[in-house]
Ligand binder design. Sequence first.
Ligand code: PMP
Length: 474
Amino acid sequence: MNAIIPTTNIPLDLRNRHSGLRRPYCLDSTPVLQRQMQRESNARSYPRRIPLELSRAQGVYVEDSRGQVYIDCLAGAGTLALGHNHPVVLEAIQSTLTSGIPLHTLDLSTPIKDAFVQTLFDLLPGDFAKDARIQFCGPTGADAVEAALKLSRTATGRHSVLAFHGAYHGMTLGTLSVSGNLGPKSALGGLLSGVQFLPYPHDFRCPFGLSGEQSIDANLHYIRHLLSDPESGVTQPAAMILETVQGEGGVIPAPDRWLQGLRAITQEHGIPLILDEIQCGIGRTGDMFAFERSTITPDVMTLSKAIGGGLPLSVVVYRGELDQWQPGAHAGTFRGNQLAMAAGDATLRFIRREDITGHVRRVGARLNALLQSLQAEFEWVGDVRGRGLMLGMEIVDPSSCNDVGRPTADGERARKLQRACLERGLIVELGGRHGATVRFLPPLIISEAEIELVGQILYQAAQSVQGEGLTTRQ
Ligand code: PMP
């Protein structure tokens, strides 16, 4: 266990300087934050709710310019699998920097790239790895999704795509076209044509008003019916794309049986299945890839975030038979970031060597239990869901009911809880419909003691947002 907790090369140990439970932190603006507000685009996002000027970081901790230390359960939106400045990542970057290797190579090969590909292929499920191909993409997750869509359209000669309600695949025009959230789409007008959205299974807010196995059956029946109905209005699709666990959509894990059903349907209809593992992959859910638990394998998989060890890197990995696009079909200048490949290789090796997936399952179960105990006490905690260290807690207004018979999502209460956490030294993000799901994406190396601290902070924060007509459960 100690092996996975980073030792520090930062002189001061941030771990011992967290004091959020003893006195509230000051979150007033600073000159730097004011300049940021004046100069940075109106499209800036995180600083609006997490107004911090960060100066140092170590493991699961970040320190602001006032010397206040926070537990970072956002961790670069799930990118920092080994936390901030992990020694193995720093050592990989430093030795690459001093090795004399070219740091930018377009998509030319280097020993570092070769080692990264080998390590990644060793982690893929065997039947997928044996004839898989990899394409290095521009360094964002969105570019890997663009590549996956282009690849599938080229290989099938078709153009329509099946995507899911609540999906998040990126912010480019192509990826927004297959994403659910209407906010960033509504100002843009025509996106990709031929995208058909399907219901994603969501036990707490089932689109069919069902639950459990019935909900899965209805969902699969609907998709089967759509694909076999000559009057469905949907032309034969080039691909089906989904997240194995939806992240931004509100932390919604796909049930295994549903995934198995989808795999059977897509195989039967010759539709390439693209699994977007950009957020849920690389150990986050307690499996190396989130789809592994269901025993299915995709035709195409997109990876980014943790794959670069915290540095920008993204790839699409796919079955060899789909490799029908032309040379240069998905080019890009920044596809050869050696530092990211070295950091990513070190991260992947560490996750495997130290059985980080086992650790994630253990500490994730404990965090889940702590969230459930909050749910048992506070009636405005409507639902707790997720897998491993990808967890969410949906905040609702228990006194109201929406038109499908569930308590309405309460984004305002969620924002208050997020703020109360921040004042006590805990960074959490919001997501999901109406921003009402409090999200937990801590570094995978978070220790058991740190999970307990997260639980204590959450409990205090929850007590502080209690009131205003809200009650604890009787
Ligand atoms: N797919 C998923 C599942 C994601 O969570 C994200 C980022 N949150 C993306 C794609 C897009 O990645 P990026 O922000 O690097 O473009």
